[in-house]
Design a protein around this ligand. Structure first.
Ligand SMILES: [Zn+2]
Length: 692
C-alpha cells in the first residue's frame, strides 16, 4: 500500500480520503486551516542567498500579494486566480512558493507547478523552493528519501516531491504528455505566456491543466501568472479579461481618493495625470521632477511615499460582471514596486528612450517597456495607418517643383537626391493588354525628412471592382496601354520622359533624378528589358520586387531591407517589404516637434493641384493595406501586410516603399563602385554630398 502510494497519486488521493476519515479525531485540529497569511509570515524564512530580504517572510513590502494569496485558503470559494504582472513583481517569492509550503504543511494535496519548459520549472524548484523549505525548517514534511540537501541530490530530479498526504510536480507546458497520468488539486502555471496557445490535438494548455483537476470539483485551485506579451495572443491577458480585472489603487494623501496606479491617466478635463516629469532644454529628464499626479485633485505624490501608499492600498475590480465566476484576476504595474527595485526615474527614462522627444517611436522598446515595466500586453500596430494626419503634412509648394527653399526654411538642410519609383499593374494576356504604371518622385533631405515632388499614372487600367459605375459604362472609350516595347501606347516611352526630365527647383535651378527603381513583380521580363535599355543610356535604374519566399516578417527580426537578387545581381534588388511597410507606417505617425522641427523620416507633400495629391487620387492608397499577425498553432510567428479589401488601392503606398528603398540601393551601388566606399554609411554619404 505504501509503496504504491509513492508512485500513484490517484491512489494517494483515495488513500488520503480514507485515512482522513479514519483519523478524523487526530486531524480535527487541522480541519479549520490556519489563516494563510499569518501562517506564511510566522513559518516561512528566506535564505540569505535568495533575496536581499532574508529572515522571516513578511508581506509588508509586497502587501498587494496578500489578497490573491488569501484566496488560496481552502475556505475561499475562489477557483481561479490570474496575475498579469511586470517583472520583479515578487510573485514567485510571495505568491507561489509560500503557498506551496503552506499547502504541504496545512492543506496537503496533489500540486502542479508549470513553467515555459521543464528545465525552468526544475530550476524554480531546486534554486528557489528547496532553499526556502530548508531555511524554514520544513524538510521534515518531505518523505525521507526525497529530502533535498544541497550536497545530496541522488534520486531526486527536482521534478517531483512526496509528502504526507500529497505530492508536488514540476512540468513544462511545451508538451501534452507532461500533463498525463496524475491529478492536481492546486496548480500554479508560472510564465503562462510562454505556454503554447494550443498543444495540437490535445487542445489548450488551460484545458489540459484543468483536466488534471476534474476530480476535485470546486475545491481545485488554478493560478495563472505571467508577464504579458502580444495583446492578441497573450495567454495571461486572455485570463485577466475573463476575471474581475482588478488593479492596484493607492489612497491619495491629499484628497483621500483611491487612485489607480497607472503611468498615464486621462483626467476629466482632458489633462494627463499619473507619472509626470520635466526635461531640460536638451530633452534630458530632470530626475527630481518625476512624481505621481493624483487624477482627482492634481496634487503630486513623491516616490518616497510608496511604502505607506502600498500598505494602505487596495485592489479595485475593473468590471462588475466578470465573464467567469469565482475568477479573481489582477494586473500589477511596476510603479508600485517597493524601494530597492526599478524606480520611477528609471521607468520614465526607459519610456523616453522608446519615445524620444521629437523623434521616432521605437516600437520594439515601447513593447518591451509595456510588457516588462507596466505589466501590460502590447499590440504592435495591427491597425491600418491613418492618413488624416499625414494630409496635414502638406506644405506650400506645387506638384512638379523641387522644394529646396521650403526644405531649408523647414530646417531640413538641403535636398540631396531625387528618386523616382514606379509600380506596375494590369493585364498582359495575348489578346488583352491593359496596364497602368503609377510613379512618384521623392526628394530626400540631409535630415532624413522627405518631400514628395510629383506623382502620376501612365495607362488607364483599373480592376473592375475599382471602377465607378460611370467608368464601367464608358469603358469602351478608354485607351488601353501596354508594357510591350516600341508600340503605340507603350507605358515605357512616357515613363522614359519622366526619368529624363529636369525638374525645376523653387530656388531657380533644375535637378534631375538620381536613381529610378521599377517594380518587376508584375512582368519581370518586360520590366528588365526596359531597365537594360535605360542602362545603355547611362541611366541609374534598378528593378525591385518583394521577397516572395518569406511572406511575413518574423518577430524581432531586423534584417537588411534590401538584398541583390541572385538572378540579376547588377540590376535587381529584393525588398523586405513587410519590414519596410512597418517602417513606413511608423513614418506616417511622425509629428513635428513643438519647435516645428521635423524628425527623421517625416513625410512632406505639395499642395493639391490638378487632381494630384487628393484623398482619392493619392492619400487613400496609404490606407489600402492592413497589418495582420501570422499565427500558427496559436503562436504569433510574425506580421504581414495585406490589402484591406479587394477594392482598396495601394499603388502609391507601394511606390513609396520603392522610393524609400531607392537611397539604400543608391548607397549599395556606391559602396560596390569603389573599394574606398566599402564601409560607407548613409550618414557618411550625407556628409559627403553636403560638403560638395
Ligand atoms: Zn488626490
Amino acid at each position: 500500500m505504501v509503496a504504491q502510494f509513492i508512485n500513484d497519486d490517484l491512489l494517494a488521493e483515495q488513500w488520503l480520503q480514507s485515512y482522513l476519515k479514519a483519523n478524523e479525531d487526530i486531524f480535527d485540529f487541522k480541519i479549520i486551516k490556519p489563516e494563510i497569511i499569518a501562517w506564511i509570515e510566522s513559518n516561512i524564512k528566506l535564505p540569505r542567498t535568495s533575496s536581499e530580504y532574508s529572515g522571516h517572510f513578511s508581506y509588508d513590502l509586497t502587501p498587494y500579494w496578500k489578497e490573491p494569496v488569501s484566496h488560496m485558503h481552502p475556505n475561499s470559494p475562489v477557483r481561479t486566480i490570474s496575475i498579469m504582472k511586470c517583472v520583479q513583481s515578487g510573485a514567485t517569492e510571495s505568491v507561489i512558493i509560500p503557498v506551496i509550503l503552506y499547502s504541504m504543511s496545512e492543506d496537503p494535496c496533489s500540486m502542479l507547478l508549470t513553467a515555459g519548459d521543464l528545465s525552468l520549472a526544475k530550476d524554480t524548484v531546486e534554486k528557489r523552493i528547496d532553499p526556502v523549505i530548508l531555511e524554514s525548517g520544513l524538510s521534515h514534511l518531505l518523505r525521507p528519501h526525497v529530502v533535498k540537501r544541497a550536497n545530496n541530490r541522488s534520486g531526486d530530479t527536482g521534478e517531483s516531491k512526496e509528502f504526507i498526504g500529497g505530492s508536488f510536480r514540476a512540468r513544462g507546458t511545451q508538451s501534452a504528455t507532461a500533463f498525463r497520468q496524475f491529478p492536481a488539486k492546486k496548480v500554479w502555471a508560472d510564465d503562462y505566456d510562454a505556454a503554447p496557445r494550443e498543444l495540437g490535438k490535445e487542445g489548450s494548455v488551460r484545458g489540459l491543466i484543468e483536466g488534471r483537476q476534474n476530480s476535485f470539483g470546486d475545491k481545485a485551485k488554478s493560478n495563472y501568472i505571467s508577464t504579458p506579451t502580444e495583446t492578441l495572443t497573450s495567454n495571461i491577458n486572455e485570463m485577466f479579461m475573463l476575471g474581475t480585472q482588478k488593479a492596484w489603487h493607492w489612497p491619495c494623501p491629499h484628497c483621500g481618493t483611491f487612485v489607480k496606479v497607472e503611468f498615464k491617466i486621462e483626467r476629466e478635463d482632458g489633462n494627463i495625470a499619473g507619472i509626470v516629469w520635466s526635461t531640460d532644454n536638451k530633452n534630458r529628464l530632470i530626475p527630481s521632477s518625476v512624481a505621481f499626479m493624483c487624477p482627482n485633485c492634481a496634487n503630486t505624490i513623491q516616490e518616497k511615499s510608496k511604502y505607506e501608499l502600498n500598505i494602505n492600498g487596495i485592489w479595485v475590480p475593473g468590471t462588475d460582471s466578470p465573464v467567469e465566476r469565482l475568477h479573481e484576476s489582477y494586473h500589477f504595474c511596476g510603479l508600485a514596486l517597493p524601494a530597492g527595485f526599478t524606480g520611477w526615474v528609471k521607468i520614465v527614462e526607459e519610456f523616453l528612450q522608446a519615445n524620444p522627444p521629437g523623434g521616432r517611436t521605437n516600437v520594439k522598446k515601447l513593447k518591451t517597456w509595456n510588457n516588462l515595466r507596466m505589466g501590460l500586453p502590447f499590440a504592435e500596430t495591427g491597425e491600418t495607418p491613418r492618413v488624416n494626419e499625414l494630409m496635414q503634412n502638406t506644405r506650400k509648394y506645387f506638384p512638379g517643383v523641387v522644394p529646396d527653399v521650403t526644405c531649408a526654411a523647414d530646417c531640413n538642410g538641403s535636398i540631396i537626391m531625387l528618386t523616382l519609383a514606379c509600380d506596375l499593374n494590369g493585364i498582359m494576356d495575348k489578346d488583352n493588354e491593359d496596364v497602368r504604371l503609377d510613379w512618384e518622385i521623392l526628394a530626400h533631405t540631409t535630415t532624413g525628412a522627405t518631400y514628395s515632388v510629383d506623382h502620376g499614372s501612365i495607362g488607364t487600367f483599373k480592376r473592375l471592382r475599382e471602377r465607378t459605375k460611370e467608368e464601367q459604362e464608358r469603358d469602351f472609350e478608354r485607351d488601353k496601354w501596354t508594357l510591350t516595347h516600341n508600340v503605340k501606347n507603350s507605358v515605357w516611352d512616357t515613363f522614359e520622359e519622366v526619368i529624363k526630365k529636369e525638374y525645376p527647383m523653387e530656388g531657380g535651378n533644375f535637378m534631375s533624378i538620381s536613381i529610378t527603381v521599377v517594380d518587376t513583380g508584375f512582368s519581370e521580363k518586360l520590366a528588365m528589358s526596359f531597365i537594360q535599355k535605360m542602362k545603355q543610356d547611362k541611366v541609374l535604374i534598378y528593378g525591385v520586387k518583394g521577397r516572395t519566399e518569406a511572406t511575413f516578417r518574423k518577430i524581432g527580426r531586423d534584417t537588411s531591407a534590401i538584398t541583390r537578387a541572385k538572378e540579376h545581381p547588377n540590376s535587381l534588388y529584393i525588398l523586405e517589404v513587410n519590414q519596410m511597410k512597418d517602417d513606413l507606417a511608423q513614418m506616417m505617425k511622425l509629428r513635428e516637434g513643438s519647435d516645428g522641427s521635423q524628425p527623421n523620416g517625416f513625410m512632406n507633400f505639395p499642395e493639391s493641384r490638378d487632381g494630384k495629391y487628393t484623398m482619392k487620387s493619392y492619400f487613400s492608397h496609404y490606407e489600402g493595406e492592413r497589418r495582420t499577425e501570422e499565427i500558427k498553432e496559436g503562436n504569433v510567428l510574425g506580421f504581414k501586410w495585406d490589402k484591406k479589401n479587394s477594392s482598396s488601392q495601394n499603388h502609391f503606398w507601394d511606390v513609396r516603399i520603392y522610393n524609400n528603398a531607392a537611397p539604400m540601393i543608391y548607397l549599395d551601388v556606391l559602396k560596390r563602385s569603389d573599394p574606398r566606399y566599402k564601409m560607407l554609411t548613409w550618414e557618411d554619404f550625407v556628409m559627403l554630398v553636403s560638403d560638395l
